[in-house]
Write a protein that binds this ligand. Structure first.
Ligand code: NAP
Length: 289
């Protein structure tokens, strides 16, 4: 068996086309384009690349983006004051603070400082609570992108046994909630899990978000399973690899995402969907997402 490759690049382009069409339609109704503000603190090299990709995607879709590059000597209070300005801006619909932040700044406090209706990453406790309850809201971008990919290949998650590897607030935990709402039966594994390999071997769907290169061996994958690899690690030779040992896993799975070109582009596409959603939300005068 050789798995179908889930082409995240291609699906993300389709999503960006849809966002662009909706932004263009706003113009014909004399509505301004959605506005995204990205805050980057310090000089983290990976963050610079991520922010650049996000801004490029905004440009492609006609979303107005602005980036605030703040030195890492900035205090937490100064950063919160900048966020507060954006919270009150009439032309900014969506605010994203690129993580990681310097160690003297508490990322939870910063997340809490973002107005929930502008919290385009979906990390504010209000949005996390809404996801938990299965209500509408701004959903974390990576899990949202994974759900879009699964829909794209026509998978019905309902009734599946799904294993999520990782329980972080930005990927594993919201991913498990999305899959649970979609009707899957969820097992969440983490660093304290016993018998992880057996749990993976029993899964119809595996979502790996550990940050451990090639941790999931191909022989663990159940024949015909769907494998979604969120992990991205840059090796010493400069190559990017996922959390799954791709080639052997591909020989057992029905569908698999590559790294790069799988989940990564979908995270950016979901961010733009969220930005548009935030703009539409604000026009309804909503005070909660
Ligand atoms: P994280 O915050 O470091 O969380 C990693 C999770 O993996 C934790 O829950 C940890 O368990 C678990 N874990 C670590 N080692 C383990 C082991 N040996 N066995 C079982 N569980 C283990 O990472 P993250 O932010 O969720 O990101 C995960 C990966 O996804 C990274 O490679 C990151 O770069 C990538 N990522 C990709 C995208 C994208 O767009 N493609 C977006 C976000 C993240 P504990 O909780 O017990 O410590």
């Amino acid at each position: 068996m050789s798995a179908g490759i889930i082409d995240g690049k291609q699906v993300s382009q389709r999503i960006l086309d849809q966002v662009k069409a909706r932004v263009d339609a706003r113009r014909t109704r004399a509505l301004r384009p959605p506005g995204l503000a990205v805050i980057r603190v310090g000089e983290d090299a990976a963050s610079k690349i991520y922010v650049r990709n996000k801004l490029r995607a905004c440009e492609r879709c006609g979303i107005e983006s602005t980036v605030l590059e703040i030195p890492d000597t900035t205090t937490q209070a100064e950063l919160l004051a900048r966020i507060d300005d954006l919270n009150h801006s009439e032309i900014i619909d969506a605010i994203l603070v690129q993580l990681p932040l310097p160690s003297h700044i508490d990322s939870d406090t910063v997340t809490d400082g973002i107005e929930p209706t502008k919290d385009v990453d979906g990390f504010h406790p209000c949005n996390v609570g809404r996801l938990m309850l299965g209500r509408t809201g701004l959903r974390p971008c990576t899990p949202r992108g994974v759900m879009t990919l699964l829909r794209h290949i026509g998978v019905t998650v309902t009734g599946m046994d799904a294993v999520v590897l990782g329980r972080s607030n930005i990927v594993g935990r919201p991913m498990a909630l999305e899959l649970m709402h979609a009707g899957a039966t969820i097992t969440v594994c983490h660093s304290r899990t016993r018998g992880l390999e057996d749990k993976v071997a029993a899964a119809d769907l595996v979502v790996a978000a550990l940050g451990k290169p090639r941790f999931v061996e191909g022989s663990w994958i159940k024949t015909g399973a769907i494998v979604v690899d969120v992990g991205i690690t840059r090796l010493a030779d400069g190559s990017l690899v996922g959390d799954v040992d791709f080639e052997p896993a591909r020989r057992r799975a029905a569908w698999i995402t590559p790294v790069p070109g799988g989940v990564g582009p979908m995270t950016v596409a979901s961010l733009l969907e969220n930005t548009l959603q935030a703009a539409e939300l604000r026009e309804t005068g909503a005070t909660t997402p």
